[in-house]
Design a protein around this ligand. Structure first.
Ligand code: 13P
Ligand code: SF4
Length: 362
């Protein structure tokens, strides 16, 4: 539905009053009414870099989810304040890895004598505490746009024999699908090289042999939005739309990614459609706000949603125009609201892991 014109006017006025003092970041999964007020839009990697590159902004208003705002707080100076317009905008995947569980998993690897040959690689979609764990253990953060480079880098750090074909292991947190898809599709490891560590089970539900043989230990986490796409969706759309190009996010299940034609981050999805042949057909498997926006921006393409029953990311959608207006008006009136602050020790070690990601080649 179109936004309330009064609210749009108030948003304009508040944005103008804040001027250079504020910088508004918008993730691609945000609602149109919010994206309209973003100074920059991007995938989580681009937004992390943008936040780090705005030392002049006193306020970073992050239209995205909690872990993104935490990362922005970690990457910006102490003088800068990061605001999340609705504190209930979390991420169900990030919530699937709690620091206590991850410490316990590490203790299992230590008891087995393999922790020394294991390095954590942590998806951006995780709490600051998990990123800090990663930094403390010499690992790196990654996003969906640099997971391949991050995994290759990680395998070069550990093991008696280093490298992808060596003997080291990666503990991949918390998205099993991104970890598996990258290890198998991009690095050429086999499905048998990957095991899933289930934090609800003793020893992750794995035998000592399985843990010693594994090259990639995947945390049992997933995205509730992308996890709903199925291989059947791909089969169905190919039958309905001859010649369709299937383009999906790597948070989808392995069989979906294998059946698709193109796989990549939200930024990659946008770039691919920007470069697509006029008149071509596309079925896109990612969050609906983004798919609808690219469909509207590309009337020359036939853009289909990979599964019509899959919905928005409900937590991304919590940031709406009323929340954004409230946050901006409060800041313009000199009242701090919804500030995201990571405690100093976690921030230090999480920054080590985030800086490692930003230093990766490419
Ligand atoms: P990217 O923006 O990195 O593609 O990530 C998608 C996502 O699910 C963020 O929560
Ligand atoms: Fe988290 Fe999935 Fe929503 Fe991204 S789309 S914020 S991974 S729940």
């Amino acid at each position: 539905a179109p936004s309330d014109p009064d609210l749009v006017e108030r948003a304009r006025a508040a944005r103008a009053a804040l001027g250079q003092k504020a910088f508004v970041l918008g993730h691609h999964y945000q609602r149109d009414e919010v994206i309209d007020f973003a100074d920059v839009t991007g995938d989580s990697f681009k937004l992390a870099r943008e936040a780090a590159a705005r030392p002049e902004a006193e306020y970073i208003v992050f239209c995205g989810v909690h872990f993104m705002a935490e990362s922005a707080d970690i990457l910006t100076s102490d003088a800068q304040q990061v605001v999340l317009p609705d504190l209930a905008a979390g991420c169900s995947m990030a919530d699937m890895a709690e620091i206590g569980q991850v410490e316990e998993a590490w203790a299992v690897l230590q008891d087995l004598g393999v922790a020394g040959d294991t390095i954590p690689v942590t998806y951006m979609n995780s709490s600051a505490a998990i990123k800090a764990f990663t930094g403390r253990h010499g690992g790196t953060v990654c996003t969906s746009s640099n997971a391949e480079v991050a995994l290759r880098w990680a395998f070069d750090q550990v093991g008696g024999t280093k490298g992808v074909d060596g003997t080291g292991k990666v503990l991949f947190l918390p998205d099993q699908h991104l970890g598996r898809n990258t290890a198998v599709q991009k690095l050429g490891l086999s499905l048998d090289d990957c095991v899933v560590f289930d934090p609800r089970k003793p020893d992750g539900g794995l035998t000592a042999q399985e843990l010693s043989d594994a090259r990639v230990i995947l945390w049992r986490g997933h995205c509730s939005v992308h996890g709903r796409f199925s291989e059947q969706n791909v089969t169905d759309i190919r039958a309905q739309v001859p010649g369709v190009n299937v383009l999906v996010h790597p948070e989808c299940k392995h069989e979906v990614v294998t059946a698709a034609d193109h796989v990549g981050s939200t930024e990659y999805i946008i770039r691919t459609l920007d470069a697509a042949e006029p008149g071509s057909s596309w079925a896109v498997g990612t969050e609906l706000n983004l798919v609808r926006r690219v469909a509207r921006e590309h009337p020359d393409l036939q853009v289909h949603y990979l599964d019509k029953t899959v919905c928005f990311c409900s937590t991304m959608n919590r940031i709406d125009l009323p929340h954004l207006v409230w946050a901006m008006e409060s800041l313009a009136a000199g009242r701090m609201v919804n500030r995201i602050v990571v405690d100093a020790d976690d921030a230090h070690w999480a920054r080590v892991a985030l800086d490692q990601m930003l230093a990766l080649p490419g």
